[in-house]
Design a protein around this ligand. Structure first.
Ligand code: GLA
Length: 683
């Protein structure tokens, strides 16, 4: 039995065969009583293993209903028939070993609780005595008892529309999400939440893998949902070399009795744990010039923006794409990471010092895995890109992708970043990635079916990120992939913030952030105030709305400040000052999602140290007042003490906790008042 602060997870050896089964997972004490997954042990046309709530079973033992592991000797029949080979228990940890003597395979199911969280990590280790071909090697399977259709919540979308919270009820059949794009992708987050229909209790999983992946949920006849998750090798299978151990990515498993909102707080806490001692590093107010100047980057224009940014209270100025040689547009330049001398006539070092002279930290955009065909790097190292002999390489966003699985490419990237971070006083790096691998091969590296390019790319990416953390510990790293294309726990453990979407339009962003906060914490959610109109929801919103929306995470500004009136700048100054007062609560407090973007008012509540911050956003519908009788919209708060009193620090209004919980905080919206940031102090 594994115990976290509020949950327990109990596995047992099956009385029916050589596998481990889930006995119970849920609130502490849930294991006291007959297992909800216990079953009649009558099978027709299938085997007991097919019906069991198995923790992990190979094809062979579980022939029909979905195996977690498929392996064979090269050229032989697929299938593993293993025996239990002992358990090891440690503090908050469990290892269950199974061996197949015929194949010389040893598989260990690994479990580990994460201190201070309600998360249990699961993964598997496979070691072979002789060569094996692994076609499937999921990280874990998770069994959830249901009384009817399972309710699945997932985060889906596309470029510029990431993290849309989507739900379906699955009475029978298979549900699948994943990515073959070499990154988690924009289409689905590697995250799933499961509930038993309308029941509150929520189970969640998230896969720690920034490459190809799948999550598959199968609704089985005997009132259970079985979820499998793991990486998906690009080559279709990987070769397990004798003596080697293949360790799968970790699957984080979370439980909350308090619905999706409670589950989100379990994930937030877990991501605060992932941030480690970098959690307390204040996330500075950023200005990024991308939406203002695009590729039109030069010292004078950037400095003008930086002055305005400093005036309104920004603390950090980031030059995005377009600062390096040959980068007049997106057709060239990637790979040649040297500042464009024409754009910075006094030298880049002087430019950086001028920015810093304004009291701003300096940040830089890079896309280290990318290369433009029209670059010096590509001319010198055409063999560094993914390609297949005899096949044309396609361009995506006019660029190619470097094979970051190669050590020489990793060394080039590390050398490039070291050079930039040492030559200039750069304290913030935005790492972008704007194209997935298409013709993915490595000519000359031996038989293609013996490579594991996806895992090698991931290892290279993580090696570089780890290097940044150790060699440049003071540099804040923002993860980005054409918006939110590469957001997973491995990335989050090695970056400080991530960029959820390129879409910064107010109502579109609200919808992205609402989904994002189900899976990810406010302190990693980079968000900018810009001038962008909506792509998916073009209803205009006020500047206040844009600020309150961005204050829900890590505030940045990306608007063209040159075009802003003095009044607008003054308003921005006030908002940035207010953000600085509350960012501690926003980033380190408990966050609660209030309502949804489909409601007329929605928001986020943050609580820490007796302070409650409520970001409230009106999505557009008004109550008709003052032309008609109407009543204010209300946001019911949660988690407060009903007997305590809470004072609004701006208006002085005092509310009873019971009032805020029962009726909610009132908001009178109008066409130009569509957002508010309320700070309550517990009396
Ligand atoms: C990607 C990023 C953007 C921006 C551009 C620059 O789309 O997601 O934020 O950096 O690239 O080319």
């Amino acid at each position: 039995m594994l115990r976290t602060e509020n949950t327990s997870y109990t596995v047992r050896l099956s009385p029916d065969g050589p596998w481990a089964e889930l006995d119970a997972w849920g609130p502490l004490g849930v294991e006291e009583g007959p297992s909800a997954l216990d079953w009649s042990r009558r099978t027709h046309f299938i085997t007991p293993a097919d019906a069991a709530p198995a923790e992990y079973l190979p094809y062979g033992l579980r022939p029909f209903t979905g195996a977690d592991f498929v392996a064979a000797r090269p050229g032989e029949e697929r299938g593993v028939w293993w025996e239990f080979d002992g358990a090891e228990e440690g503090e908050g940890a469990l290892r269950l070993a199974f061996t197949d003597d015929v194949l010389g395979l040893r598989t260990v199911l690994c479990y580990e609780t994460v201190p201070g969280t309600d998360v249990i990590l699961r993964w598997t280790e496979h070691t072979g005595r002789e060569e094996l071909r692994l076609e499937r090697f999921d990280s874990a399977a998770v069994n959830i008892p249901v009384t009817g259709a399972a309710r699945l919540t997932y985060l889906t979308g596309q470029w510029s529309q990431e993290f849309q919270r989507t739900q379906l009820d699955l009475p029978r059949g298979t549900f699948g999400i994943g990515s073959l794009q070499g990154v988690p992708g924009h289409a689905y987050a590697p995250w799933l939440a499961v509930q038993d229909g309308d029941a509150e209790a929520a189970y969640g999983i998230a896969l720690e893998w920034p490459g190809n992946w799948h999550i598959t949920a199968e609704a089985e006849p005997g009132r259970s949902l079985r979820v499998r998750a793991g990486r998906v090798p690009h080559e279709g299978a990987v070769v397990l070399v004798p003596g080697d151990t293949l360790t799968t990515p970790r699957l984080a498993c979370a439980f909350s009795p308090d619905g999706l909102d409670g589950l989100s707080r379990v994930w937030h806490r877990y991501e605060r744990h992932l941030a480690g001692d970098r959690l307390r590093r204040p996330r500075k107010v950023l200005y990024n010039s991308w939406e203002a100047t695009g590729f039109d980057v030069d010292a004078a224009g950037q400095l003008e923006l930086a002055k305005s940014a400093a005036d309104i209270g920004a603390e950090l100025f980031v030059v995005d794409d377009g600062w390096f040689t040959g980068r007049a547009d997106d057709t060239a330049g990637l790979g040649d990471w040297y500042p464009d001398p024409t754009a910075f006539p006094q030298g880049f070092g002087q430019f950086v010092e001028d920015i810093r002279g304004l009291g701003l930290d300096f940040g830089l955009w890079v896309e280290p895995e990318a290369v433009s065909p029209a670059s010096r790097l590509y001319a010198e190292h055409p063999d560094w890109v993914y390609r297949i002999d005899g096949r044309p390489t396609r361009l995506v966003r006019n660029q190619l992708l470097l094979d970051l699985g190669r050590t020489d490419v990793q060394d080039f990237v590390i050398g490039t970043l070291d050079r930039l971070l040492t030559a200039y006083a750069v304290s913030y790096l935005k790492w972008d990635m704007n194209r997935p691998p298409t013709e993915r091969g490595r000519p000359g590296a031996g038989p293609a079916d013996r490579l594991d390019l996806d895992a090698e790319h991931v290892a290279g990416y993580l090696r570089v990120l780890d290097h940044l953390r150790t060699a440049h510990p003071d540099v804040t790293v923002e993860g980005c992939a054409g918006g939110g294309g590469r957001i997973d726990h491995a990335t989050l453990a090695r970056t400080d913030v991530v960029w959820p979407s390129d879409n910064t339009a107010p109502l579109d962003r609200l919808s992205v952030q609402f989904g994002f906060l189900h899976a990810h914490a406010p302190h990693v959610m980079s968000s900018w105030v810009t001038d962008a109109p909506g792509i998916f929801d073009p209803r205009p919103r006020s500047l206040a709305f844009r600020f309150v929306n961005a204050i829900c995470g890590v505030l940045g500004v990306g608007a063209d400040l040159r075009a802003w009136t003095p009044e607008k700048r003054a308003e921005a100054t006030t908002w940035i000052a207010r953000y600085k007062e509350v960012r501690d609560v926003v980033h380190h407090g408990e966050a609660r999602l209030l309502g949804t973007p489909e409601d007329s008012t929605c928001g986020v509540q943050y609580d820490a140290g007796g302070r409650t911050v409520v970001a409230a956003l009106s999505t557009g519908r008004l109550d008709g007042a003052p032309l008609l009788p109407g009543r204010p919209d209300r946001l019911r708060l949660r988690g407060l003490d009903p007997a305590a009193r809470y004072r609004d620090t701006a208006t002085g209004t005092s509310y009873g906790g019971a009032h805020l919980l029962h009726h909610g905080l009132p908001f009178v919206w109008s066409a130009d008042h569509d957002a508010d940031l309320v700070v309550l102090i517990r009396a």
